[in-house]
Design a protein around this ligand. Structure first.
Ligand code: AMP
Length: 112
C-alpha cells in the first residue's frame, strides 16, 4: 500500500534496524522500545491486522511466530512476550499486521 509506513519499511524505502528477514517476513527493532528487546515482525505483503487472518492466509501467522521464536532463541531470551494489537481500541497505531516481540525484563499480567 502506497501510504503504509510498514510497507515502506518492508520495501526498504524507509530504513529500519533489521534483525531478521526471509522471503515473506521482515523483523526490525521498534523505534520506541518498551523493553530491552522490542522487535516488530511483519509480513512483507500488506495485511491490516490479525482481524484479516482467515483460512486463506493463516500461514502468515505461523511464519510470523516462527520468525519471532527464532529471534528469541538467537538472542538467548530467558522468556518473551508476543503481542498483536488489532484495532485502535486495542492499541494498534500502524495498520499493517505486526507482532511485538518483547523481552529482556520481567513483565506483569494483565497488561493495561
Ligand atoms: P502498534 O501500536 O501495535 O500499532 O505498534 C506500532 C509500533 O510501531 C509502535 O511500537 C511504534 O513505536 C513502532 N514504530 C512506529 N514507527 C516506526 C519506525 N519507523 N520504525 C520502527 N518502529 C516504528
Amino acid at each position: 500500500m502506497d501510504d503504509c509506513l510498514f510497507c515502506k519499511i518492508a520495501t526498504k524505502q524507509i530504513p529500519s534496524a533489521i534483525v531478521y528477514e526471509d522471503d515473506g517476513i521482515l523483523a526490525f527493532n521498534d523505534i520506541a522500545p518498551q523493553a530491552p528487546t522490542h522487535v516488530l515482525i511483519i509480513p512483507k505483503t500488506h495485511i491490516e491486522s490479525t482481524s484479516e487472518i482467515d483460512q486463506s492466509n493463516k500461514g502468515i501467522a505461523a511464519d510470523i511466530i516462527a520468525a519471532a521464536s527464532k529471534i528469541a532463541r538467537d538472542l538467548n531470551l530467558e522468556g518473551h512476550r508476543l503481542v498483536f494489537n488489532s484495532g485502535e481500541i486495542a492499541g494498534q497505531s500502524v495498520f499493517h499486521l505486526h507482532c511485538h516481540l518483547l523481552g529482556g525484563r520481567a513483565m506483569k499480567w494483565p497488561p493495561g
